[in-house]
Design a protein around this ligand. Structure first.
Ligand code: SAM
Length: 218
């Protein structure tokens, strides 16, 4: 079992990462504080520890990645998390994003399609004292039996906005999702104003691994 050790050097690297994120436009102090506190290297294979505080995505096995810190910060900022928000994350991956949401006071429900990643992260996060609600399955369909959610975040690139996710969002809720083709996606924020009215904002291009499953790429 890997030892979870933080050091002055890691803390210094996190401070530098937070400065980088501020320069790139992240303004939400609570998001920056959470990223400054959470040891990202805990979520990495030990061979990659020296890269943990670069503002880059890295492999986590199974052909998947831990998102770039800027992407995590950007998506989290768009969600405007309030303590107690019930949040659904699609794509648990390493558990880093789920942990940031937890640190902001959210009740986190996180679903992962890949069985090995699901099992690994479900076992790992409790070592950090964090126990979100874990699910294994196709998150493109949401989790109907746990709906509605205040916020939904999709951490894989979708071809379209899945109808199931919009349906499972509360009125007043926010869905943040990258939508595009397999290589590049536009970040979208959808706000459900009423059960019929959705307001949509779009942001820059990002490059996510594909959202698989029924309402994803299949
Ligand atoms: N949020 C993760 C983190 O903090 O490490 C990074 C997520 S990674 C960029 C995308 C994840 O989405 C992968 O782990 C992938 O297996 C998962 N995924 C892809 N399609 C999915 C689906 N339909 N339902 C649930 N998870 C899915």
């Amino acid at each position: 079992m890997i030892k979870l050790e933080d050091s002055y050097s890691h803390k210094g690297q996190r401070k530098a990462l937070v400065r980088t994120l501020k320069k790139k436009g992240i303004m939400d102090e609570r998001v920056l504080e959470a990223i400054g506190l959470l040891p990202r290297h805990f979520f990495f294979d030990s061979a990659l520890h020296s890269h943990a505080y670069e503002d880059k995505a890295f492999p986590i096995g199974e052909g998947q990645t831990i998102s770039q810190p800027f992407t995590v910060a950007f998506q989290t900022e768009l969600l405007s998390i309030h303590p107690g928000d019930k949040v659904l994350e699609i794509g648990t991956g390493s558990g880093y994003q789920a942990t940031i949401l937890h640190m902001l006071g959210a009740e986190v429900h996180t679903i992962e399609y890949n069985l090995k990643l699901y099992q690994r992260t479900k076992k790992f996060l409790p070592r950090l004292g964090i126990k979100p609600h874990f699910y294994h399955g196709d998150g493109s369909l949401g989790i109907a039996e746990k709906a509605p959610f205040d916020k939904i975040i999709v951490t894989a690139g979708a071809p379209v906005v899945p109808k199931s996710l919009l349906k499972q969002l509360k009125v007043g809720g926010i869905l943040v999702i990258p939508v595009g083709d397999m290589k590049s996606q536009k970040m979208m924020k959808l706000v459900k104003k009423t059960s019929k009215q959705i307001i949509q904002e779009s942001y820059d291009q990002f490059a996510f691994v594909p959202l698989l499953g029924n309402e994803g790429w299949g």
